[in-house]
Design a protein around this ligand. Structure first.
Ligand SMILES: Cc1ncc(COP(=O)(O)O)c(C=O)c1O
Length: 232
């Protein structure tokens, strides 16, 4: 599928139980099990729901990603990513990123022993200079909200790889229409899908996209266990 077709059709398959062309809204919390853990792929809607699967596949497709995950907001998606870390880990982050991301990092997660180092990521040499043995993640927002500062994703990806750190890109403001960070070497793309992906100012929603299977499993676990997912 080319981009314009993907934007309309990605993720949507005819419903296997009825043949409905458009994915129905599955308004159910729980799914029947014929025996312990014997089901058709869904057991409880916090863990998964066919409507959400269609959305997550659409998210993945838009970013040329293998996997997509949906969250109840962009901040919930961000929160899930930070839960990959442990006390003592360091995150290099852009100094002028979205205020809610800064608030989550500095006013909440910093109290749990994760260290955030805020720098001007538009100069990638600043990222290199901030790397330490504890750097586990580089968080880039490009363009930034609201100053529209740009960071070179490809260069940041090389630095992250050499440091053994994950590169996460908040791609909310460019949208997948203009920029696909995974294709440029990023490990995780995050969106406030409330913005261009939602498109109509009628929903709060977040997404994560990634190619790595292990990363997807870890983030899916976090989504299922603790962070609010996007329900039916
Ligand atoms: C760049 C950026 N990232 C993250 C967020 C947070 O997303 P949400 O409001 O969907 O939680 C926003 C919201 O304005 C944003 O502009």
């Amino acid at each position: 599928m080319k981009r314009d077709t993907k934007i309309i059709h990605a993720g949507v398959e005819p419903d296997p139980s009825t043949g409905a062309i458009m994915t129905p809204i599955f308004q159910t919390s729980t799914y029947v099990q014929t025996g312990p853990n014997e089901h058709k792929g869904y057991d409880y809607s916090r863990a998964g729901n066919p409507t959400r699967t269609a959305l997550e596949n659409a998210f993945a497709s838009l970013e040329n990603a293998k996997h997509g995950l949906a969250f109840s907001s962009g901040v919930a998606a961000t929160d899930a990513v930070i839960r990959l870390l442990k006390p003592g880990d360091e995150v290099i982050a852009a100094s002028d990123m979205y205020g809610g991301t800064y608030r989550l990092f500095s006013k909440l997660w910093a109290d749990f022993g994760i260290k955030f180092i805020y720098i001007d990521t538009t100069q990638v040499e600043n990222i290199s200079a901030a790397i330490t043995g504890q750097t586990k993640m580089i968080w880039v927002e490009t363009p930034t909200n609201p100053l529209m500062n740009i960071t070179d994703i490809e260069a940041a990806a090389v630095i992250a790889k050499n440091a053994g750190a994950l590169l996460v890109v908040d791609n909310t403001f460019a949208s997948p229409y203009l920029q696909n960070p995974l294709d440029l070497g990023a490990d995780i793309v995050m969106h406030s899908a409330t913005k261009y992906l939602g498109g109509h100012s009628d929903v709060i929603m977040g997404s994560l996209m990634m190619n790595d299977d292990e990363l997807r499993e870890k983030l899916f676990f976090i989504q299922k266990v603790v962070v609010q997912c996007r329900g039916p």
